[in-house]
Design a protein around this ligand. Structure first.
Ligand code: NAP
Length: 524
């Protein structure tokens, strides 16, 4: 029988007492480990985190907590090989794709450690400048931010078991708020191993970091008014969380990162031989193939002028044809597997659904897998679709509101010279995490970025001068906001120090300026 992963709750490791759920290797089909959260005393576990972990974290200054984050990052860095092995086995990813998750998590931790150091030896943060309330300037109002006296329940999706943990936990812990993480079951192993390593090394105060692996049943019921919940996953689960009593009646603060039909836009006026054209093609292929397209930020729609539709299809198809797909352990393989049979089924269904409204320009179903049995492995090669004509782009409603969570993108031609048409098509995504724009005229790029900003959490602009510098359409940088309005969930994560706001309570203190001078100050 495979190992049963333990939960860490109430300051101790605990095994579930029910029927465990197995986790599988999505390439070989082998059972790897099992998870189970049955029978845990959730109420006691949440109380321990809230009271013991929270008190210990809040007693530290931002700089002291930042130092703990730096220690966590060094510990994890030293064990990267273990984490890579787990990612290969449980996520079916090639080394470069595992790095997006593992190294991305470590980098994010490092950025917050550095940022926290700069916040210094204080226990609360000032928010803005004092404002005069009376004729006499002696009486004023100063807003301050204090760490919330609750727990942060972090519920994550299956595609980022490392980054998904640390991009949420780093700002929470830096803010002085204890964390209880619930990883997605399919890939919970990597999250559990990282938490186990950190807890067993005794780096954080007891109760600061807990993990529940297995069913989410009962977790939301534990939440109290000063707790917060940060969720990443599907729109359906997000709706359940939003409508839970904890949110509707107890005002638990909630952040939702949901699905998103992201776009890439080639501006009018660029030719097939332009640098911008080449940069778009390269980025589209990268986004389709990194992590087999299982990135919430991946490009799903590619907006190009009608005149370039054929040329883009040909250039993207030629690159996709060189993508070797199969067993990530094989040195010739560039793209591994989807995480599970369930995801393989969902991607095939989603593709068939889109193909009823779009032509297949590059057909991944014809690509042979390398060193993988198609009857077992959850591998699927990339497929490029296209809506043919601008009128087809208008008519193909499914393309604008269906996220196929795999290596699938659709070429969406807009009327030549009509940027307004392209922007209107992009907006049919009803709010997305990210749009990228490709062109060579700074004024045109700035104008398009501004037009897209209201419906996107991030706009990534690629011009020839930053060809070798830009960080990638789909890479989430901790310095920039992550989240999007509308169907993307309406959440806001990261964005440097902005992330701390979610884990703090804002309060206005009205007092004499002699009193205000003592607020949010260094502790000695
Ligand atoms: P999911 O099925 O909604 O699951 C997400 C998480 O919610 C899992 O940990 C799941 O646990 C848990 N969960 C399930 N039912 C729950 C309930 N009733 N109450 C509380 N938690 C519950 O989503 P997924 O399939 O893992 O993730 C894929 C989706 O995530 C895609 O749509 C993708 O776009 C989105 N995503 C968004 C972002 C972003 O940052 N915006 C990032 C990555 C992924 P179990 O696994 O145990 O069911």
């Amino acid at each position: 029988m495979t190992e049963l992963l333990h939960n860490h709750l109430g300051g101790r490791w605990q095994a579930g007492t029910g029927t465990a759920t197995p986790l599988f290797d999505p390439v070989l089909g082998d059972e790897l480990v099992r998870v189970d959260a049955t029978g845990l005393d959730l109420a006691a576990g949440f109380a321990f985190a809230r009271e013991v972990g929270g008190a210990a974290l809040r007693a530290l200054t931002y700089r002291q907590r930042a130092a703990l984050l730096a220690q966590v990052a060094s510990l994890l860095q030293a064990r990267r090989d273990d984490y890579n092995a787990i990612a290969t086995a449980n996520s079916g990813t090639v080394k470069n794709d595992s790095a997006v998750d593992i190294d991305g998590g470590l980098y994010t931790l490092g950025v917050y450690a550095k940022l926290g150091e700069g916040l210094g030896e204080r226990l609360a943060l000032a928010d803005g400048e004092p404002a005069r309330l009376a004729k006499d300037p002696l009486f004023q109002s100063q807003h301050i931010l204090s760490p919330t006296r609750g727990v942060a329940l972090l519920i994550n999706a299956f595609n980022f078991p490392s980054w998904g943990l640390w991009e949420k936990a780093a700002p929470a812990l830096l803010s002085g708020v204890p964390v209880i993480v619930k990883p997605a079951t399919a890939t919970a192993w990597l999250t559990q191993r990282m938490v186990r390593d950190v807890v067993d090394a005794g780096l954080l105060p007891p109760g600061a970091l807990s993990i529940v692996c297995g069913s989410a049943a009962g977790l939301m019921d534990q939440l109290q008014p000063f707790d917060v919940v940060s969720f990443t996953g599907s729109a359906d689960t997000a709706a359940l969380i939003r409508s839970h009593d904890a949110v509707t009646r107890r005002s638990v603060r909630v952040n939702i990162e949901a699905d998103s039909v992201n776009s890439a836009l080639l501006l009018p006026g660029e030719g097939a031989d332009s640098a911008a054209f080449g940069l778009l093609v390269k980025e589209v292929v990268r986004e389709m193939t990194v992590k087999s397209g299982q990135k919430c930020t991946a490009i799903r729609r590619v907006l190009v002028p009608r005149a370039l539709y054929g040329a883009v299809a040909e250039a993207v198809g030629a690159r996709l044809a060189k993508t070797t797909v199969g067993n990530p352990r094989h040195e010739a393989v560039r793209m591994g597997a989807l995480v599970s049979r369930a995801q393989l089924g969902a991607v095939r269904d989603g593709l068939a659904y889109l193909q009823q409204q779009a032509a297949t320009l590059f057909d991944g179903s014809r690509v042979a897998l390398v060193d993988a049995d198609p009857a077992v492995a959850c591998c699927v090669a990339p497929t490029l679709l296209g809506t043919g004509e601008p009128a087809g782009s208008d008519a193909a409603d499914r393309v604008h509101d269906t996220e196929v969570f795999g290596p699938v993108a659709t070429l969406v031609p807009y009327r030549d010279g009509d940027l307004g048409h392209a922007l209107a098509l992009i907006r049919r995504g009803q709010g997305s995490l990210v749009a990228s724009v490709y062109g060579s005229e700074p004024a045109a790029l700035a104008g398009a970025a501004q037009q897209l900003a209201d419906s996107h959490g991030r706009v990534h602009v690629v011009s020839p001068d930053v060809a070798a510098l830009h960080t990638g359409h789909g890479n989430v940088m901790p310095q920039s906001l992550h989240g999007g309005p509308g169907r993307a969930g309406g959440g806001e994560e990261l964005g440097g120090a902005r992330a701390l706001g979610f884990y703090h309570r804002r309060s206005a203190v009205q007092a004499s300026t002699t009193v205000l001078a003592g607020l949010a100050q260094p502790t000695n």
